[in-house]
Design a binder for this molecule. Structure first.
Ligand SMILES: [Zn+2]
Length: 434
């Protein structure tokens, strides 16, 4: 006869057996590493700690853990000669087109399809330099080829970094994002992202969202690379930018603002944008405002310095080059203000993909510590992209996006220019020399 007491004991016993079986299955699954990396040195970007001779275990596309020892039967990637870091993140990329053609007509001479094919090529360069994720900071392409590239990477049709992307530049007529730089009697049809009123902004933003943009890119001020705008001048009004933020945030999208001149930076921050791009002429008040609001800064220091080296050699318009010579004097003091106010800073290049690693040295010579430069390009970038749960550090459960360099970037940041090993999602894209 089964008494209530015996019944209770039996049920409890069976439950214990059940949980014991579950626990041992979990242990067995945890032991199922598909690969391991032997790291000579591992930089934990979050704490700044460096550990020597450790193993990173990987299960398929994810990081399982960090261990002092792994069983001999797990396939081993030997990076014992190298320093291992999380995959890098570029938060200000433009992936389309021939990045070595700086003429203001370059975009007009190329079809969307051709720009996309250049994009496929350019994306390999980002990967090859260790950039396993990037944010496209907007394009001038009515076909949204950048969004097609992003989706094609997700679907595995092409290889490339994980990508989030802005749509087309939202700009005032005659502003930094107006691709029509022709004479008044030769003008192009008006683009859908040209916005001169608050309601125009709603339509442009909704159009970008309709076609799949993750971010909205606003031109808050004039810029440098075009031959018509003035980088000191605010272009979109604060009301226009506030509308963009309202419409984008309601749809769960974020807003980035190209902003060089001091007034446009402050208007964009007050309007509630998520990140300021460049911030080249940021004043003290603008830096305090960003600190109070927690607005991100993507400073893109190197591209302005690089422009002085390339000069007119890549088809650049002399009017645009003169602006480049003038603005570069502003960036040092502005970046010091940003550092003094402890702004949240993410790494962004805004240049030809061949030079994607050069921003590290520019950040450090601008006054940032090497560990903060590494953070800008890893965990900070992941936070700005809203993907910190999945990328940006080497921690259990995150994607196995891992790179290695030859040397110690904390002692010499330029070693980041020679990434020798690249893994994205557990797949090796670049093998380290043994
Ligand atoms: Zn840009």
């Amino acid at each position: 006869m089964v008494t209530p007491k015996l019944y209770r004991q039996t049920v409890c016993g069976l439950m214990l057996v059940f949980f014991a079986v579950m626990a041992s299955t979990a242990q067995r699954d945890a032991a199922k590493a598909t690969a391991a990396i032997r790291a000579g040195r591992l930089i934990d970007v979050r704490t700044g700690r460096v550990t020597a001779n450790v193993y990173i275990t990987i299960a398929n596309d994810r990081i399982m853990g960090i261990a002092d020892f792994v069983p001999a039967d797990i396939p081993m990637i030997d990076l014992s000669k190298y320093t291992v870091l999380p995959g890098l993140i570029d938060c200000h990329a433009h992936v389309l087109g021939n990045q070595k053609d700086q003429s203001s007509a370059s975009g007009l001479r190329m079809s969307s399809a051709q720009k996309a094919l250049w994009g496929v090529h350019n994306l390999q360069t980002w990967l090859d330099h260790g950039f396993t994720a990037l944010r496209d900071a907007g394009e001038d392409d009515l076909g949204y080829a950048q969004l097609a590239l992003r989706t094609s990477i997700e679907k595995g049709l092409i290889r490339g970094p994980r990508m989030v992307s802005a749509g087309n530049f939202v700009s005032v007529n005659g502003g930094h994002g107006d691709a029509d730089v022709l004479a008044p009697d030769q003008q192009l049809p008006r683009r859908p992202n040209i916005a001169d009123t608050v309601d125009d902004v709603s339509s442009s933003v909704r159009r970008d969202i309709k076609y799949g943009a993750d971010w909205i890119k606003l031109m808050a001020t004039g810029g440098v690379m075009d031959p018509i705008s003035d980088y000191r001048v605010e272009e979109l009004s604060e009301q226009q930018m506030a509308r963009a933020v309202e419409v984008a945030h309601r749809a769960g999208k974020k807003v980035m603002a190209h902003a060089e001149g001091a007034e446009g930076i402050k208007a964009a921050v007050r309007a509630g944008v998520d990140s300021i791009e460049h911030g080249t002429v940021m004043d003290e008040e603008g830096a305090s405002l960003m600190e109070q609001r927690g607005t991100w800064l993507v400073p893109t220091l190197f591209c302005f310095q690089h422009d002085l080296q390339t000069g007119l050699s890549q088809g650049r318009d002399p009017v645009s080059f003169a602006k480049g010579v003038a603005i570069v004097k502003e960036q040092g003091p502005a970046f010091h203000r940003a550092l003094a106010h402890h702004l949240k800073i993410a790494y962004g290049v805004d240049d030809d993909a061949d030079f994607v690693s050069k921003e590290f040295a520019a950040l450090v010579s601008g006054g940032m510590t090497p560990i903060d430069a590494l953070r800008a390009a890893t965990m900070n970038g992941a936070q700005l992209l809203g993907r910190y749960g999945e990328i940006g550090t080497i921690e259990p459960g995150k994607y196995a996006d891992i790179v290695a360099v030859d040397g110690d970037p904390l002692a010499d940041i330029t070693v980041m220019e020679k990434v020798v090993f690249v893994m994205k999602g557990g797949e090796v894209y670049k093998k380290a020399p043994q």
